[in-house]
Design a protein around this ligand. Structure first.
Ligand SMILES: Nc1ncnc2c1ncn2[C@@H]1O[C@H](COP(=O)(O)OP(=O)(O)OP(=O)(O)O)[C@@H](O)[C@H]1O
Ligand SMILES: [Mg+2]
Length: 306
């Protein structure tokens, strides 16, 4: 059975524009049970709208959505018992960490303290159990927000930008916690992110959204095959070189004193690239090569596809 299934989902926000704003146009998604599915895309692509629809918070203008085999909008109550979502941080400001989790547990009729203790442990919140929400650091606020999303032992969890605006250490820790939970429980996780490395590290499959559509979908490795280049050659030039004369036969970019050349094989093209750079009268300070990243794929897709 699929954990989430969207068929031809449209979302048209009614606003000041006569025809409304088309935030999603004909989105089809199939997410397998137990999958960690990531949704990437530029600001305004429709990620939050889509995740809100999948989690029954928003009703689409048109289309079918099934969650765990149930119709998301005719069987909403049953769906909500078995899923959860963390989107933005909206928790009672005056409540202490333990109280807050207890409050949400009771909303689901859960009175077993062990459930809360386990979440405090999983999300490293034990020592903050008596701290008020408004006195927590941003990272701990987000950890509490995420812990809350697992309170009903959901079968599907939707996380909208779980590591947004956090320092790299906390973001890394949150990614590790998400992976641990995924390993321990048989849970399907759908998350959105702007962070390519995060998507690559966490997700079994990734969807790229642009202008309300999914323009590419697959594993990170599969998506990388979309772009012809497989490697990048970074050449740092000595300062004050005039780069106007530089012409290369491969796609390339110049940023300050760095030239990035996109090639199929760095091994095969390195000598030719360096020769062209020297022939243009430029002096080379250092050279390094790297495989292309998901970010390169994303930039390419954002440029090329509708
Ligand atoms: N309630 C609303 N009324 C009108 N337009 C809306 C509403 N909510 C979102 N939109 C518009 O729909 C589009 C998609 O928004 P959405 O929040 O889903 O994008 P997103 O991909 O999550 O962006 P971000 O990366 O910035 O979070 C945007 O252009 C946004 O302005
Ligand atoms: Mg969003």
């Amino acid at each position: 059975m699929l954990a989430v299934e969207c068929r031809d989902v449209w979302m048209i926000y009614k606003n000041f524009m006569e025809k409304g704003f088309v935030a999603l146009s004909g989105v089809d998604v199939e997410i397998e049970e137990g999958e960690l599915y990531g949704i990437l895309g530029p600001n305004g692509a429709g990620k939050t709208t889509l995740i809100s629809i999948m989690s029954t918070i928003l009703v689409p203008t048109k289309g079918d959505v099934k969650v765990l085999g149930m119709d998301a909008f005719n069987e909403t109550k049953k769906v909500r018992e078995r899923i959860n979502i963390a989107s933005g941080i909206r928790l009672p400001w005056g409540m202490r960490v333990y109280e807050c989790l207890k409050f949400y547990a009771l909303c689901y009729g859960i009175s077993d303290r062990r459930v809360i203790e386990k979440l405090l442990q999983d999300f490293e919140l034990e020592k903050y159990r008596n701290v008020r929400f408004d006195e927590l650091s941003a990272g701990n606020k987000q950890k509490l927000n995420l812990a809350r999303a697992f309170i009903n032992n959901p079968e599907v969890v939707f996380l909208d930008e779980p590591t947004a605006n956090l320092d790299p250490d906390v973001a890394k820790r949150i990614r590790e916690i998400i992976l641990n939970i995924k390993k321990e429980k048989d849970v399907t996780i759908v998350l959105t992110t702007h962070n390519m490395k995060e998507a690559e590290m966490l997700c079994d499959r990734i969807a790229f959204m642009k202008n309300g559509k999914i323009v590419a979908e697959g594993s990170a490795e599969f998506l990388k095959r979309f772009v012809k280049s497989k490697e990048k050659i970074f050449v740092t030039l000595k300062n004050n070189n005039d780069k106007k004369a530089l012409k290369l036969s491969h796609p390339y970019e110049i940023k300050d004193n760095k030239v990035v050349v996109y090639v199929e094989s760095a091994e095969k093209s390195l000598a030719e690239v360096l020769f062209s750079i020297k022939s243009a009268g430029l002096e080379i300070e250092s050279v390094k090569t790297e495989e292309i990243t998901l970010e390169d794929v994303f930039v390419e897709l954002a440029k090329s596809r509708q």
